[in-house]
Structures are given as structure tokens and as C-alpha cells.
Design a protein around this ligand. Structure first.
Ligand code: SF4
Length: 351
């Protein structure tokens, strides 16, 4: 959307460039293509409800449901607000309608999606994410509810309490930290300190001791020193995330950080990324080992990549590969964990 004209010039074989809100107009666009129209992009201020169309979903038990789009935050490294526009929220009744339809079709799990789901507000009633979670939990058939992505600044104590009190909300949270250094967080325009982040995690762990946490981290942000990076390593060590998504900083066009001097040498960024990922690998192996011997619920999503096992996710959103003498795809099953690696758990179906 941002580079529409440039894309068409650079890749003359492209037939169409369309914005995220225009894909429902695809039949019309394809017809108009013959008349030479190749671009349809626009930013919409308000939520546009797309017509109900037969959905092609990857899974028949687990579904993503969009609840909001856009972001108002302007983290200095991120291009999202420039390409997706400001936040707009889907009406709660429309979200509920979609999830009820999914439940009628046998879906067991929903993942409520948005760039910043904690700032969700129903445009009609003003209800926030805790109320939405409580309403979704009332839908018969839906067993597990997750939401993604949260911003620590908007992740309130009320949200922690909602997670702890609504049984169907999985004890799992992706809460992007980005850096363990308050100085770097300020430069990133994140609006929280390392202490505030830790306090939120401590409250969550006190309410949900088995919560599975994941995060995003950037190394080598402009001016990041060894001491800043060590503060990131320190938080990773203390919090013990079950998974991290870690990246080397690279400037994105239009963002404030792209105007800063990218002054951390590439080899330093690589070195920090390797050290971070090595530390995380040890933590994951240690956490996964603690699961061995336990019997856990798994939503089986089908055959594993190698095909001889089944594969699914537990409540903590960890990958579980397991053997079963019977077909269990698309079912909620019990699995005894018999082994693990740093990135997955292994087990056997409990009949
Ligand atoms: S990183 Fe997330 S919160 Fe920050 S601007 Fe991008 S989408 Fe928004």
C-alpha cells in the first residue's frame, strides 16, 4: 500500500496492488483489470465490516479472528502505523457473530487478533478486552481463547485478573519487551520501563504460576551499548520466556529510528543475537524438561511435518508432537509428555 506506484514500476508483471481493506472487492477488481485499473489502496478511519464469504481456513478447529486493526503507538522502529493506519475496532457483536458461527462448525480455539489488542474498545458499548474475553468464554463449544498482540503499556492489572479468572483464556501471553534497557525503551518510544515490565510479569505469575510467556526482542538498536544489551539478557534470564522472537535492528523507511545513526556494527549485532538465542535455547530446554512426565491437554492440529506423529499445541502454545494408535486430528486430547527438545515437547496419547 505504501509503495504502490513504486511496486508497479519495479515489477511490471504485477497485475494488482490492493490495500488490506480492499480484498473483498477482488471480483470487481479482476473485472476492472481488463480496463487497466491496477491499484486500489486506501486508509479507512472506521472499521469496515466485510461481507460474510465462505472462509478458507487452514485449520478446522483453530481460527484467527480479527478484532482491531492499525496502531496509534509509533514505536520508533516500526512501520505498522504508516502502512495500517490508526487503530479501529471491530464491533463486539460482529466478533461474537463470527465466533458463534465458528463454534457451530466445530471450532474449539480462537485467537483474537490485532496490532494492539489491549486498547480494544467496542465502538458501540465501549467494552474493553476483558469484557470481550468474558463474552467469548460464554460461547458453548469454544474451549480455548488466546489474544495477540499485547502492548505492555496497555496491559493492565485488570487484564491479568481477567486472564486468571476466565477459565477458557489460556495461561499464555505474548508481551513484546523489545529491550531490557529503560534507556533504549525510551528511544524506542515504548512508554514503559524495565521495572514496570517486570512488575506486570510478577503480578501475572502470582495469579497464574504456570503461565507461558513469549516476547519480541531487538538487538543492536541505535546507541545500544554492551551494558544495555546485558540488561536485556538479564531480563530474559529472570523472566524465563517459553519462546522469544529476536531480531537484529534494521531501519525501516519512514520510521523515526531510520533517521538515527545505525551505529551498532553489524558484527556486534550478530554476536548479541547469537548470545541471546543461545541463552534462550538453554532456558527453553530447561522449561521443556520440567514438562516431562506430565499429562497435558493438546489441541491436535493434524499430522506432524514428518507424518509419522500427530502435532498440536498445549495451553501454553508449545508445539507437542505425539504418537497415537488412533486418528486424533482436530480433537482435544490428553498427552503424556515423555521427552523434549528446546523447541517442542514429545509424548504419547493417553487413551
Ligand atoms: S511495534 Fe507494535 S505497538 Fe509499536 S508501533 Fe508497531 S504495531 Fe504499534
Amino acid at each position: 500500500q505504501l509503495y504502490r506506484e513504486e511496486l508497479l514500476k519495479r515489477f511490471p508483471y504485477l497485475d494488482l496492488v490492493i490495500g488490506p481493506h480492499q480484498y473483498s472487492a477482488l471480483p470487481l477488481l479482476l473485472r476492472n483489470l481488463q480496463a487497466g485499473d491496477r491499484v486500489l489502496t486506501a486508509w479507512e478511519k472506521n472499521w469496515i465490516e466485510l461481507p460474510i464469504v465462505p472462509e478458507a481456513r487452514e485449520s478446522s478447529v483453530s481460527a484467527y479472528v480479527t478484532i482491531m486493526e492499525g496502531c496509534n503507538n509509533f514505536c520508533t522502529f516500526c512501520v505498522v502505523p504508516f502502512v495500517r493506519g490508526r487503530e479501529k475496532y471491530r464491533p463486539l457483536r460482529s466478533i461474537m457473530d463470527e465466533i458463534k458461527r465458528l463454534a457451530d462448525r466445530g471450532y474449539l480455539e480462537v485467537l483474537l487478533l490485532g496490532q494492539n489488542v489491549n486498547s480494544y474498545r467496542d465502538p458501540e458499548s465501549g467494552a474493553g478486552l476483558p469484557e470481550l474475553l468474558a463474552e467469548v468464554a460464554e460461547i458453548p463449544g469454544i474451549e480455548w481463547i488466546r489474544f495477540l498482540t499485547s502492548h505492555p503499556k496497555n496491559f493492565t492489572a485488570e487484564m491479568s485478573r481477567a486472564m486468571a479468572s476466565i477459565r477458557k483464556v489460556c495461561p499464555q501471553l505474548h508481551l513484546p519487551l523489545q529491550s531490557g534497557s529503560t534507556r533504549i525503551l525510551e528511544k524506542m518510544n515504548r512508554h514503559y520501563t524495565r521495572v514496570e515490565y517486570l512488575e506486570k510479569i510478577e503480578l501475572l505469575k502470582s495469579l497464574l504460576p504456570d503461565i507461558s510467556l513469549s516476547t519480541d526482542l531487538i538487538v543492536g538498536f541505535p546507541t545500544e551499548t554492551e551494558s544495555d544489551f546485558e540488561q536485556t539478557l538479564d531480563l530474559v534470564e529472570r523472566i524465563k520466556f517459553s519462546n522469544i522472537f529476536s531480531f537484529r535492528f534494521s531501519p525501516r523507511p519512514l520510521t523515526a529510528a531510520s533517521k538515527l545513526k545505525d551505529d551498532v556494527p553489524e558484527e556486534t549485532k550478530i554476536d548479541r543475537l547469537i548470545r541471546l538465542q543461545t541463552k534462550q535455547r538453554e532456558i527453553q530446554l530447561m522449561l521443556n524438561n520440567q514438562m516431562v512426565g506430565k499429562t497435558i491437554k493438546v489441541l491436535c492440529l493434524g499430522r506432524s511435518k514428518k507424518g509419522n506423529l500427530y502435532s498440536g499445541r498445549n495451553e501454553g502454545y508449545q508445539v507437542v508432537n505425539f504418537s497415537s494408535p488412533v486418528e486424533v486430528s482436530n480433537r482435544m486430547v490428553e498427552v503424556k509428555i515423555t521427552g523434549c527438545g528446546p523447541y517442542s515437547l514429545h509424548g504419547q496419547l493417553v487413551p
